[in-house]
Design a protein around this ligand. Structure first.
Ligand SMILES: Cc1cc2nc3c(=O)[nH]c(=O)nc-3n(C[C@H](O)[C@H](O)[C@H](O)COP(=O)(O)OP(=O)(O)OC[C@H]3O[C@@H](n4cnc5c(N)ncnc54)[C@H](O)[C@@H]3O)c2cc1C
Length: 536
């Protein structure tokens, strides 16, 4: 029930992450619509958010990060795996690794083939272009002048050049634009970085419009439940400054909490699988068996090698050199601190017979103290790392609320490597990493393999290594899947099946995983949602 005295807005957006920032921008562009944007985290002024290489700091900082842990994952040695999500303006785009990767045309054509009309590649390409401000300029695949800046790497490290040359020698085509006609091949990543600073969704979409009189932003405002009248979502309750408040939506509530929080919020509000809600003692408002099911994520493993000259980033990240790098970044936005964690890419096939790549590889001229995490402390000695993940896994997990209180972290079970197919592909992925680090081009600088090490030889050894040392690469999707089948949660207009007044707009609605890091697709989903809502 909505209490008297609750504030009223046309639209209430829950979560100022990647999707929420896009929606806040697009919906408040119409002066006759009032918009309330509620974000559980705080503002994004801290310098760690804006220095690209300070990713390493925000990765585990609870001031900006929900710092979840998964349930023990059977396919990953029964380990609980650290699972960061952004809790700050910009959401996960404020703590992300900056890579701008849209995926393959076939990803979106698959969405359309599953009954989601309007989501084919031909449909969504104009939306990607409309959002983009590509430093290299516009062309058939890219836009310029949009709110999301996308730049090329500012410094080509000699080891990256050698990595790419070696990859070409292995038969991967040199690809200057994996977001263009074809994803396959090797080259440098495109980054959401502008003039050496992070270009999050908050920077691109939210800050430029915060002065609009019809947009109200509340930070440290955690939505605790969706309010419903019968089958209609009418508003939200949220917790701010130690008090519970209410807001009413004249038109719609737009749930943008991301692939973990959105299903949890639906479940605690009585919208979800009946058995789960009953177990938690939550009255069922609307039984929707797919809420929280179908979780997919990318699971990465890494191979690292010593480099026999002090040319890697390890060396530049210490002592007086780090001070010099800080001055460089401050004065010119360049150098070490302007790097994203991954520099060069390869999109490869685990089986040469495949029509398109099913492996994404990342190369960094650095090595890490903890090889299960890409962002732990850099090693003192020089090193290089190649990581890999399967682009579209066939393993599925879930997100389940643990109680009726959204302030209790939900149970996250990604079920990595649950299928035989995924286990085979990750072993082939590790072999690709090894091959790519063993090329002639890298030979002059190459030292011994550090991880997994030469004792790890057979496919069984590689699988054991993958299971015991892999980690999330932070791309959970599909927990409120769009579709028309019995487990679909939203329809192709992102409206909740079986209820009115609510759309889910974030990474949780992806019908299937994209062959990419997930931010570009999430921004696009929100752009499309804005068009659907405004009829624009
Ligand atoms: C460490 C890390 C690195 C990544 N690197 C990359 C990369 O290099 N490239 C890439 O493309 N993708 C990357 N990603 C993934 C990408 O950032 C996400 O796919 C994308 O940001 C998801 O957007 P979203 O809107 O679905 O959710 P989010 O951006 O996570 O936004 C959800 C927002 O909702 C808020 N919220 C949650 N619950 C509530 C509540 N109850 N009340 C109010 N607010 C709430 C959260 O605090 C958050 O701000 C990375 C993610 C992480 C965590």
């Amino acid at each position: 029930m909505n209490r008297p005295g609750a504030e009223t807005f046309d639209f209430i957006i829950v979560g100022a992450g990647s999707a929420g920032c896009v929606l806040a921008n697009r919906l408040s562009a119409r002066p006759n619509a009032t918009v309330l944007l509620l974000e559980a985290g705080g503002g994004d002024r801290h310098p760690y958010i804006h220095i690209p290489a300070a990713f390493i700091k925000t990765f585990t900082d609870p001031r900006f990060n929900w710092c979840f842990e998964t349930e023990p994952v059977p396919g990953a040695g029964n380990r609980s795996i650290f699972f960061p999500r952004g809790k700050v303006l910009g959401g996960s785009s404020s703590i992300s690794g900056h890579l701008y990767v849209r995926g393959q045309a076939e990803d979106y054509d698959t969405w359309a083939a599953l009954g989601n009309r309007g989501w084919s590649y031909a449909d969504v390409l104009p939306l990607f272009k409309a959002q983009e401000d590509r430093s290299a300029g516009a062309d058939a695949y890219h836009g310029s002048g949009g709110p999301q800046h996308v730049s090329d790497i500012h410094e080509r490290h000699p080891l990256c050049e050698a990595f790419i040359e070696g990859a070409v020698g292995l038969g991967l085509p040199r690809n200057p634009d994996y977001n263009g006609a074809d994803q396959a091949g090797t080259g440098y990543y495109q980054r959401m970085i502008r003039a050496g600073r992070r270009h999050s969704a908050a920077v691109g979409f939210l800050h430029p419009v915060l002065e609009r009189a019809n947009l109200t932003l509340k930070t440290r405002a955690q939505v605790t439940r969706l309010e419903c009248a019968g089958r209609q979502v009418t508003g939200v309750s949220y917790h701010q400054d130690g008090r519970t408040r209410q807001a009413v939506a004249r038109r719609e509530v737009l749930l943008c909490g991301g692939a973990i929080a959105s299903p949890q919020l639906l479940q605690v509000s009585g919208i979800g699988p009946g058995a789960l809600l009953q177990k938690l003692g939550i009255p069922v408002v609307h039984e929707s068996p797919g809420v929280g099911e179908g979780l997919q994520d990318h699971y990465a493993v890494r191979v690292s090698r010593r480099v026999n000259r002090p040319i890697t980033l390890n060396h530049r990240a210490r002592g007086w050199r780090l001070c010099w790098e800080a001055i460089r970044w401050y004065t010119s936005g360049s150098g070490l601190l302007a790097f994203s964690p991954a520099h060069a890419f390869a999109f490869a096939r685990s089986d040469p017979g495949l029509a398109r790549p099913d492996l994404q590889l990342v190369f960094t001229p650095a090595s890490y103290a903890d090889s299960t995490e890409p962002v732990s402390r850099l090693q003192d000695e020089p090193g290089m790392t190649c990581g890999v993940w399967q682009t579209v896994p066939t393993s599925f997990g879930h997100v389940h609320a643990r109680s009726a209180d959204t302030r209790d972290a939900p149970a996250i079970q990604p079920n990595y490597l649950d299928t035989e197919h995924d286990r085979k592909v990750i072993v082939q992925g590790l072999k690709w990493c090894r091959r790519l680090l063993q090329t002639e081009a890298l030979a002059p600088d190459r030292g011994p393999e550090l991880s997994p090490g030469t004792a790890c030889e057979s496919d069984d050894d590689l699988l054991t290594y993958a299971a015991s040392m892999g980690s999330t690469v932070y791309h959970p999707v599909s927990t409120c899947r769009m579709g028309r089948d019995a487990l679909a949660v939203v329809d192709p207009e992102l409206k909740l099946h079986g209820m009115t007044g609510l759309r889910v707009v974030d990474a949780s609605v992806m019908p299937t995983m994209v062959s990419a890091n997930t931010n570009a697709a999430t921004l696009m989903i929100a752009e499309k949602a804005a068009q659907l809502i405004t009829g624009g």
